[in-house]
Design a protein around this ligand. Structure first.
Ligand code: NAD
Ligand code: UDP
Length: 375
């Protein structure tokens, strides 16, 4: 492979949440050239003038257009996907196509052109825990450890009519394809399973810069900024381990640099110490919002229960609990997450206030000052 090719990365989905943070870090902290591809550059406008970035407004499903890009790059980091739970029960065909059918040719192209592939899968491939899947399970059959392990834990998805799982199924099948290309054709790959990364530039606020229902952090920020009710799906009893985007980017940079140690590996990236129920997340975010916006200190924020059927429609099931085992990546690359839940939330929420504070309806003078201070 030429030196030029080795020094060039194709970043597919560079305009999204994770992509924008990775792009920033690669440009700031390495000498790589980046060929960035996305349908939109709105979130990365600040980086478009950077010398080592060539941005293409392009659909990654256009295989003919993508081939020459892949042939110019030594590494493909593949992030482009539809990955929002609301879509899983509303446009499942698009979700399956985006996460398997139309991205599969890129795996073939990487294999044929000898390109290294760092592929973003999801923690959702683990599905539900055994305890969550079988109500009142016989404790003898419940796994001793609740940690989700890359090589040992079975992937437990729900029935076909529960369309929620179309995303996890498509992601799982693509992982199997990547693995198979490694096994049969020597594709050099690393598969990443993210556990609920959070940070600035995540998703959108409905009615301001997007339509539909974003992921939970943006849903709760939407409610806080607009002074409407936070909605807790099915009582907010399900749990997630929220992971600071800065920790996550550290992990991906190690994967990028430590090629040999990452070869043909699957890594969870998540923070097991940051586990919370969604109900507890709501109350932490209310407390933090009061701290970040002192004029809201006396405000009564409302939290309203909603059924998953009302919120997401027919066919929604939830992952009850997702706690990553992180021994694999700690052992191979020395990465462990450092940022606790409150700091991760504070940084993400400050980002939302900076971005949307002035655009939301109920902006008062005092709030405007805070927004100015945090810019
Ligand atoms: P995101 O929606 O913010 O970013 C995805 C980007 O891909 C968007 O900018 C979108 O415009 C782009 N894109 C989608 N389809 C495209 C296409 N056909 N052509 C070109 N660009 C296209 O999502 P994210 O949170 O940054 O997630 C990135 C990846 O990580 C996804 O593959 C997702 O499944 C995976 N993931 C993320 C998380 C998380 O915590 N954020 C969790 C699990 C998995
Ligand atoms: N959720 C909620 N209220 C909302 C949005 C989401 O209670 O306004 C819940 C959702 O049902 C799930 C959790 O928050 O249990 C995380 O949802 P998210 O959309 O962030 O993605 P997931 O982790 O399920 O992929």
């Amino acid at each position: 492979m030429s030196d030029d090719r080795t020094a060039t990365i194709a970043l597919l989905g560079c305009g999204g949440f994770i992509g924008s943070h990775l792009l920033e870090r690669i440009l700031d902290a390495t000498d790589y050239r980046v060929e960035g591809i996305d349908l939109s550059s709105r979130k990365i406008a600040a980086f478009l003038g950077r010398k080592r970035l060539t941005f293409h407004t392009m659909n990654v499903h256009d295989v003919a257009a993508m081939r020459p890009v892949i042939e110019r790059c030594g590494t493909v980091i593949s992030l482009a996907a539809l990955c929002n739970p609301y879509l899983y029960t509303h446009t499942p065909i698009d979700v399956i196509e985006s996460n398997f059918v139309k991205i599969y040719p890129l795996v073939q192209a990487c294999s044929e052109s000898g390109c290294r592939l760092i592929h973003f899968s999801t923690s959702e491939v683990y599905g539900r825990t055994l305890t969550g899947a079988i109500d009142g399970a016989d404790p003898r059959h419940v796994p001793v450890s609740h940690l989700l392990d890359e090589t040992a834990t079975p992937l437990l998805l729900g029935p076909i009519a529960a369309q929620r799982w179309c995303y996890a199924s498509a992601k799982q099948l693509l992982e199997r394809a990547v693995f198979a290309y490694g096994f049969e054709r020597g594709l050099e790959y690393t598969i990443v399973r993210p556990f609920n990364f959070i940070g600035p530039r995540m998703d959108f606020i409905p009615g301001i810069d997007g339509e539909g229902v974003p992921r939970v952090l943006a849903c709760f920020m939407d409610a806080l900024l607009h002074d409407t009710s936070i909605r807790l799906v099915d009582g907010g009893t399900n749990r997630r381990c929220f992971t600071a985007i800065r920790d996550a980017v550290d992990a991906v940079m190690l994967i990028l640099e430590r090629r040999h140690a990452s070869r043909q590996r699957i890594f969870n990236i998540g923070n097991p110490a940051n586990e919370t129920t969604i109900a507890a997340l709501a109350s932490r975010m209310i407390d933090l919002y009061r701290e970040l916006r002192p004029e809201a200190a006396g405000r009564n924020f409302s939290v309203e229960p909603v059924t998953s059927r009302e919120f997401y429609g027919e066919g929604y099931e939830d992952s009850d609990r997702r706690v990553p085992a992180v021994g694999a990546i700690a052992g191979a690359l020395g990465w462990t997450p450092k940022i606790g839940l409150v700091d991760a939330l504070r940084s993400a929420m400050e980002g939302f206030i900076r971005e949307y504070g002035m655009k939301c309806r109920k902006v008062t003078g005092a709030f405007r000052d805070i927004v100015r201070e945090t810019v």
